[in-house]
Design a protein around this ligand. Structure first.
Ligand code: BGC
Length: 634
């Protein structure tokens, strides 16, 4: 038999086999990629005259499981592998974790970077725009050239709701000008322990003040003057819940002491102290809330269905979405798959993913296929995220938003406004013999590590997460240059950082020591005894030798232990972390403006008093150095 004949006989088998392979491949392909729900030419989710509810319902009906899971992913921009992933996975949001800057780190560089991500998102099948989020903790403070407002603790000292609303409104203009539509602020944590590295991010330890100022901030940030139907910038009260009440030495992070620690939770404290501000935030229109990195008793917040689903979404009636904080979800024990399942089932709707978004998407898809997460839960999470997106007017183009010009960053108006905020945030703790206000026809010696350092007076979350050093922020003014400007021609102002003035010259009428903390963020600022450094204390002593009276200006994110020193100082002013407009400090020192600020939290005399309860009761039951709301005037 010829070989050709043999081949012919095998041919049908070969063809049959090939056919089977083709059929199997096609079947597998369709199983893996079911036909996409078709979209009509003019889907009603794009119809601006319909309600948010109707539009969300319509859009959801076209979405595949993968598209829904994509919406639940919030990815740190530095970890995005290629920009195509934004549309390919239909990502819900991108964030610039602090310092997540564009190569061209200028206002227009930021705008260019964000616009590119937004336009990429609009090329996805359903064209769902991304949320772009930043931490606008004290203005659009990632961006060199933006107005840097006082950190929240200073705004707490002003206790001025109108001022806070207006600051938030100015911040929203600067954010919108660069394309940002989401801010992870304001902070609702309430510090009971000044050793915590995030005290300055908070307004106060008083739930009433936090409720008032927080709601004012949300209103200012979300206000859309051009299109009142839409909100302007999505605000995010954080961190839900019990942030600031963690116990010392309980941090789950080996580098920290109290940040990311354990809040001893009780139902009574939950209802009387922690929940009321969040209820007000919900009432003020908050549509996203961030869960904290702390634990409530033994449970990580992101894993707590009672607090997130039953209490926040159920009892408080929160209709927006819950976003997790940084790597928080993956700190839930049990490995990545289990952690994602636990958090989503607990009620987390959008997961912040600083590193691996592809793994997250795969895990959640598998969890739904296996029945570990229900489709209803995925629909609910997606619905909540879309409600926020439609409420922002994101589907309706720029026509639905007021987009200020990029020149609004650091504008004269905003800086004037920040300067006013600085003046209102100052707290006068002591004023022996009325050394303040300073007369103009006088001799003044200025010294101190924070006198001529805009980085230091701005604190962390300024351009970099841990802050910056020196005077290179465009348009900003140091406290020293403010003093020189306001003191005027008739005064003689000398500056020497360490106060090494010649002791052979006559004493100055007044010495101003501007001293305090160097920038720190989060757990890196946990400190077993917040106090002045040896260098600062030496500077003050040097200055005392060459001045008839001494004013100590504290540039600090929290009360410092000054019990042993304060008696030898004539006047003490708490300037907190004033930001880019140092002149606001001089306005009050020279009496151009009056002292109106009061302490937004108690000022302890020693560490044994910590923690201090909201009622003002100290741990060792002794009296604090100054109680909450203390503040002298002229
Ligand atoms: C902080 C959050 C912040 C997030 C994004 C986290 O480390 O705890 O407050 O919003 O980073 O930058």
């Amino acid at each position: 038999m010829s070989t050709a004949h043999f081949r012919n006989k095998r041919l049908p088998y070969i063809f049959g086999g090939l056919l089977l392979v083709v059929i199997a491949t096609v079947t597998f392909f369709f199983l893996k990629h079911p036909p996409l729900p078709p979209i009509p030419d003019n889907p009603s989710y794009l119809n601006i005259s319909l309600s948010v509810h109707e539009r969300v319902k319509n859009l959801l009906s076209y979405m595949t499981l993968d598209e829904k899971i994509g919406q639940m992913a919030l990815v740190e921009k530095n970890s995005i592998r290629t920009i195509d992933d934004v549309s390919h996975y239909g990502l819900g949001g991108i964030l610039s974790g602090f310092g997540g800057k564009p190569e061209d780190n200028t206002p227009s560089g930021w705008k260019g970077m964000i616009d590119a991500f937004v336009s990429e998102s609009s090329t996805s099948r359903l064209g769902i725009p991304i949320l772009y989020g930043v931490d606008a903790n004290h203005g659009h403070s990632n961006v060199p050239g933006a107005t840097i407002f006082p950190h929240f603790i200073g705004l707490g000292a002003s206790s001025d709701t109108k001022l806070v609303e207006a600051i938030a409104n100015a911040t929203r203009e600067e954010l919108q000008a660069t394309g940002v539509n989401w801010s992870y602020s304001p902070t609702y944590d309430m510090p009971e322990d000044i050793r915590w590295g995030r005290v300055y991010e908070t307004f106060s330890d008083d739930p009433d003040l936090v409720s008032k100022l927080g709601a004012a901030y949300i209103t200012g940030l979300q206000e859309n003057l051009a299109h009142p139907r839409n909100i302007a910038i999505l605000a995010t009260p954080k961190h839900y819940i019990g942030g600031g009440s963690m116990l010392w030495n309980t941090s789950s992070n080996e580098n920290f002491k109290i940040d990311q620690g354990t809040t001893p939770g009780s139902e009574q404290k939950l209802r009387t102290i922690y929940l009321p501000p969040f209820q007000k935030a919900v009432d003020a229109g908050a549509l996203s809330i961030m869960v904290g990195l702390n634990s409530w008793n033994d449970t990580k917040l992101a894993a707590d269905p009672y607090l997130i689903t039953d209490v926040l979404k159920g009892e408080l009636g929160f209709k927006g979405f819950v976003v997790s904080d940084w790597y928080g979800v993956y700190e839930i024990p049990g490995g990545n798959y289990r952690a994602a399942v636990t958090a989503i089932n607990a009620g987390v709707d959008m997961v912040m993913l600083p590193f691996d978004y592809k793994g997250f998407i795969k895990d959640v898809r598998r969890a739904v296929q296996k029945g570990d997460i229900s489709e209803e839960r995925i629909d609910d999470a997606t619905r909540r995220i879309l409600v926020a997106k439609f409420s922002l007017g994101l589907f309706d183009g720029d026509g639905a938003r007021e987009v200020p010009d990029i020149s609004v960053l650091g504008s004269k108006e905003h800086r004037a406004f920040a300067r006013r905020a600085v003046a209102e945030s100052l707290v006068l703790l002591k004023n022996k013999n009325d050394v303040l206000p300073i007369r103009k026809d006088t001799t003044i010696r200025v010294a101190g590590s924070a006198a001529d350092n805009i980085g230091k007076q701005s604190g962390a979350w300024t351009v970099e997460w841990q802050g910056i050093d020196g005077n290179w922020l465009p348009g900003a003014t140091s406290i020293l240059s403010g003093i020189k400007e306001i003191a005027g021609k008739d005064a003689r102002v000398e500056f020497e950082e360490h106060a090494q003035f010649s002791i052979d010259t006559p004493k100055a009428d007044i010495g101003i020591a501007v001293v305090g903390e160097s920038p720190y963020a989060e757990g890196w600022g946990d400190n077993s005894k917040p106090s002045l450094s040896e260098d600062d204390l030496t500077t003050i002593k040097n200055l005392q030798k060459v001045s008839r009276a001494i004013v100590v200006v504290l540039v600090t994110g929290r009360p410092l232990i000054i019990t042993d020193e304060i008696d030898s100082w004539d006047a003490v002013v708490v300037a907190w972390l004033p930001g880019s407009e140092g002149t606001g400090v001089a306005d009050v020192l020279f009496g151009k403006k009056l002292f109106t600020g009061t302490l937004p939290l108690p000022w302890p005399s020693h560490i044994g008093q910590l923690p201090i309860a909201t009622t003002g009761k100290t741990n060792d039951k002794s009296d604090v150095l100054f109680p909450r709301y203390f503040g002298l005037g002229y």
